[in-house]
Structure formats: C-alpha cells, structure tokens
Design a binder for this molecule. Structure first.
Ligand code: ADE
Ligand code: ZN
Length: 330
C-alpha cells in the first residue's frame, strides 16, 4: 500500500506554511537571527508538542513563528516544505500563510509574501510542483485588522489566489468577517474558511452562506447536521480534511475513530491534508499511510481521495483531467 500511495499523484489544499517549521529549522533561524528560544534542544521542542485542543497548539505555533524574520527565512521554510512535497509525490499545493502573525511582530507583509512566493516559483521551475497562495485572516483578531491585511493582499494580487480564515474557531464565527470577505471577493479573491473543526455545524453554514466559500477547511463536524450534509453533497463543496491534525488536537480520540470514510460514503468531496505537519507528526504521505492503515482504506478509496484533491483545487479543468487520467491508470 505504501508503494501505491507514493505512486499516487496528490494535491495538498490545507497546509499552513508556518506549520511546516521543523524544530531543526527553528533552531537554525533562531541562531541566524540572534533570537533566544526557551527550548534547549530539538528534542525538548518536540516534547513540548503535546496538545489538548486547538488553542493549546496555536499558542506554541505562534511562538515558534517568532524566528521567521527575513525574506530568506520564509524562503527557506517554504523550500523545505517543497522538498517534502517532492518526496511524497505532491504535484500541486495551495498553501496558507498567516501574515498577521508576522505584521504583529513588525515584520512587514512584503517580507513574508515575497519569501514564500520566490520559493514557490523555484519549486515550479526546479521541482515541477505547481502552487497557489491563500492568505488567511486570524479570526481571533478584529475585522478591522483583517481589512488592513486585505489592503496589503490587494497590492500582491498577482501572488495570492484567495483568502481564508483560521486560528481560534470557537467564539469567532464566520459572520464576524462577512464584510471583509465581501470586499475580498469584489477584488477577485477566491474564498475558503476553517469551519467545523472544533466549532459547530452552524459555523459551516455561515461560511457557506455569508462568506460564500468554495471550500470548507476541516468541516468534519458537518455530520452532526443532516441538512448540511445534503447541501455539501448537492453542491459538491470540498472538505479539506486533516486526519493527523484532528487526532493531535483531540477532535477525534484515535485515528481509527476518524469520520473520513463516512464523509466519502455520503458522497462528499473530502481529501487528506497535513495542516501543520511539523507539529502533528507527518506530511501528506504519512497522513495517507497512517490513515489508510487505521481505516483500512482500499486502493479505490485512496484513488478517490487523490482525485478529490485535484477536483477541489483551483487548477484548470484541463490540468485536473490529466491528473484524473494518471490516477485511473494506477
Ligand atoms: N492555524 C494553523 N493550523 C490551524 C488549524 N488546524 N485550525 C485553525 N487555525 C490554524
Ligand atoms: Zn488549518
């Protein structure tokens, strides 16, 4: 199965680039930028990655991002992720970045976007991996702050395909960002949002109806609402599911309890993603292998997951068709 999984071409649609910051690179960048970390070793950092919910992870994740200072740091972070993509046969990736995590530390917007974008361009040239960038608003901050961030994104429209919504879900419903999403759409950005990870099915409805999103990030709690499942199926709204993340953040107790197969059986467009692989113990290939084992997924189901990853992407129909053909030939 491992061999079959490596041969499957895959797209990744739910990956926070800051969540791919490995402890080794964190140390290297801390040294390069004269920043002192509270951890003494890579091992100590890894041992600190014990989470009991989303917030306990986010606290550590935002702290870790503090080592990212210069354009080159963002380049190196993104390049290391792309090398992992190559290993896992990820042919296309649509990555999130969280500019407010950096602008709040006085790192200009242009530093993060330019470093990430330069690495992605090199990834296409040297590794043959295509990509898009989705800029996320941090939902624990105000809509007013999101509007300021959108102004920066507008200056970089040539590099950013869409906007998303992430960070602490419960207590920060999609409605809080309705106007800024309206403006983003008017500016031509596509929209996605994290919803139904820890938050209720109602937040998924809001993301669909108020933010007009084309994809739901996570969305695993949709099964609590039958009408919502019917809607997601009818409109083939993709769910960018992240199995390892969900277990690490206690959305499901064990991988065996994950509802991915149920989502597929209900005719939903779900696929596998890594979310924050440096923190959750595995990149896309590992998420595939671990989830296949835990749920005993068949080759047909794995093919469906890989096809769904392209179907849900922002690639053109032509390119999607080429990938479907390649997957069908396996
Ligand atoms: N930021 C990074 N990973 C996230 C997740 N899984 N949910 C919400 N915000 C995030
Ligand atoms: Zn996420």
């Amino acid at each position: 199965m491992q061999d079959f999984i490596s041969k499957l071409p895959k797209a990744e649609l739910h990956l926070h680039i800051e969540g791919s910051l490995e402890p080794e690179l964190m140390f290297k960048l801390a040294q390069r930028n004269n920043i002192s970390l509270k951890y003494k070793s890579v091992e100590e950092i890894r041992n600190a990655y014990q989470f009991h919910n989303l917030q306990s992870f986010l606290d550590i994740y935002y702290e870790g991002a503090g080592v990212l200072q210069k354009e080159q740091d963002f380049y190196d972070l993104t390049w290391e992720y792309l090398l992992r993509c190559k290993e896992d046969n990820v042919r296309h990736t649509e990555i999130f970045f969280d500019p407010q995590t950096h602008t709040d530390r006085n790192i200009p917007f242009d530093v993060s976007i330019n470093g990430i974008h330069a690495a992605l361009k090199d990834g296409e040239k040297k590794l043959g991996i295509t990509s898009h960038i989705i800029m996320c608003f941090l939902r624990h901050l105000s809509q007013e702050e999101a509007f300021k961030t959108l102004e920066h994104a507008i200056r970089h429209k040539d590099k950013i395909i869409g906007v998303g919504l992430d960070s602490s879900e419960v207590g920060h419903p999609p409605v809080k960002f309705q106007q800024v999403f309206e403006k983003a759409m008017a500016e031509g950005f596509k929209t996605v949002a994290h919803a139904g990870e820890e938050g209720p099915a109602e937040y998924i409805w809001e993301a669909l109806n108020l933010l007009k999103v084309e994809r739901i990030d996570h969305g695993v709690r949709c099964l609590e609402d039958e009408k919502l499942v019917a809607y997601l199926k009818e409109h083939q709204i993709p769910l960018t599911v992240c199995p390892y993340s969900n277990v690490k953040l206690k959305v499901f107790e064990n991988l065996k309890d994950h509802n991915l197969r149920n989502l597929l059986n209900k005719g939903l467009v779900a696929m596998i993603n890594a979310d924050d692989p440096a923190y959750f113990g595995g990149y896309l290939g590992e998420n595939f292998v671990g989830t296949q084992k835990a749920l005993d997924l068949s080759k047909e189901e794995l093919k469906t997951l890989a096809k769904n990853s392209f179907k849900a992407s922002f690639l053109s129909q032509d390119v999607k068709d080429k990938f479907y053909k390649e997957i069908d030939s396996l």
